[in-house]
Design a protein around this ligand. Structure first.
Ligand code: NDP
Ligand code: GDR
Length: 374
């Protein structure tokens, strides 16, 4: 029997990698995509299948995590063996601007899916994965953070995700649903949204190197994160649903770096060495030397990064460091890609795109590069 999976958030970073993984494993994959005024399926275009073909194994449904009847109808049609709830308003800083919407999607969205499982009588059929987050730890109580570390969320995003975490546990305990939380630490890739810090840096510096942007404006560059690669992390999402008993797992690398370090690595990938000068909001990054041909538009003395307080958050999560010990011991999972290798991959990808734009510009065929805030 072919297994059927339903992925919310299939058009996002993780959704796209997970869909690839499940298709490789022979699953029939169903994904929920939102209606939007411009195309939002770029991350899955390469695996898209024409619905007019016989027996496609990737099927997209219009839907939204704020719409219970829609979710229940899709669930009834698909009758999934596994549901991966990856859909979310996933930007922490934006959640301070849109707290109520973030709660609707991130908290009640999970509840709606669990209720659909119950309403349709799928408690024994459908396994449920909830995309929980290291943001639950927020103001951290111990280091490294484990499955036992108490939560102290620091944003509307994290508070909403805390509801989703507990409602997942509750439906497991109350109704015997195979439901589990992956408490995932930050994970990135070339497909990462442009306003998350790693991608903002790799894309911004690649554009600056090619003369497409002037300066990168950043928030708290002393924040510490445990960064892994999204490809490694979606493998673990699948593994968690293949066990005999549903359990919650931390997924992390166990290694921590600062945002500042990530800026330094990214610059180095472009052949640029930097020195940081000044303090607080007056700190900036200045080019010390340029080696090779990847950064024709910058010279020693150029300021390529400044601090802009608009990117500080009302409440910050200063430090996160996870322990993957349980995942390793019980599931044999270990990350394959280091943060620095991932950074190199992201810079290479953004440099390729920036070069293409620079070439078009040189020939008077300039395409607008949307400037993102983040
Ligand atoms: P992305 O922001 O890349 O993707 C989010 C997905 O959710 C997109 O497909 C988006 O659709 C969809 N979505 C947003 N709002 C709704 C809605 N109202 N109804 C239905 N779908 C919606 O996130 P990631 O792939 O990085 O993360 C996946 C999940 O894991 C998220 O829940 C995130 O909070 C969580 N997480 C992520 C971590 C990370 O470091 N990446 C770490 C820990 C947890 P659209 O494309 O149309 O915007
Ligand atoms: P985070 O990721 O909030 O951890 O949430 P993000 O990359 O946005 O921020 C990481 C850290 O970098 C600091 N920072 C900046 N962040 C952004 N976006 N832009 C900036 O200019 C900037 N300057 C410094 C932030 O303050 C923060 O400390 C991500 C999301 O994927 C969540 O959905 C997920 O749950 C968590 O990771 C784990």
């Amino acid at each position: 029997m072919v297994k059927r999976a339903l992925i919310t958030g299939i058009t996002g970073q993780d959704g796209s990698y997970l869909a690839e993984l499940l298709l490789d494993k022979g699953y029939e994959v169903h994904g929920i995509k939102r209606r939007s005024s411009s195309i939002n399926t770029q991350r899955i275009d390469h695996i898209y299948q024409d619905p007019h073909e016989d027996d496609p194994d990737l099927i997209l449904h219009y839907g939204d995590l704020t719409d219970s009847s829609n979710l229940t109808r899709i669930m009834r049609e698909v009758q999934p063996d596994e549901v991966y709830n990856l859909g979310a308003q996933s930007h922490v800083a934006v959640s301070f601007e849109t707290p109520e919407y973030t709660t609707e999607v991130n908290a009640n969205g999970a509840l709606r899916l669990l209720e659909a499982i119950r309403f349709l009588g799928f408690e024994k059929k459908t396994r449920f994965y909830q995309a929980s987050t290291s943001e639950l730890y927020g103001l951290v109580q111990e280091t490294p953070q484990t499955e036992e570390t108490p939560f102290h969320p620091r944003s509307p995003y994290a508070v909403a995700k805390m509801y989703a975490y507990w409602i997942t546990v509750n439906y497991r305990e109350a109704y015997g649903i195979y439901a589990c939380n992956g408490i995932l630490f930050n994970h990135e890739s070339a497909r990462r949204g442009e306003t998350f810090v790693t991608r903002k840096i790799t894309r911004g510096l690649a554009n600056i190197a090619q003369g497409l942007e002037g300066c990168l404006y950043m928030g708290n560059i002393d924040a510490l994160r445990d960064w892994g690669h999204a490809k490694d992390y979606v493998r673990m999402q699948w593994m968690m649903l293949q066990q005999d008993v549903a359990e919650d797992f931390v997924i992390a690398t166990g290694v921590q770096y600062s945002v500042r370090q990530f800026i330094t690595w990214s610059a180095a990938e472009l052949g640029i060495t930097l020195r940081f000068e000044g303090t607080g909001v007056d700190e900036c990054a200045i080019v010390d030397s340029v080696i090779g041909e990847d950064a024709p538009a910058v010279s020693p003395g150029d300021v390529v990064m400044r601090i802009d307080p608009q990117y500080f958050r009302p409440a910050e999560v200063e430090t996160l460091l996870g322990s993957p010990a349980k995942a390793k011991k019980k599931l044999g999972w270990e990350p394959q890609i280091t943060a620095q290798e991932m950074c190199a991959e992201m810079v290479a990808n953004d440099l390729k795109v920036a070069r293409r734009h620079a070439l078009l510009k040189e020939h008077g065929l300039d395409l607008p590069i949307p400037l993102e805030n983040g």
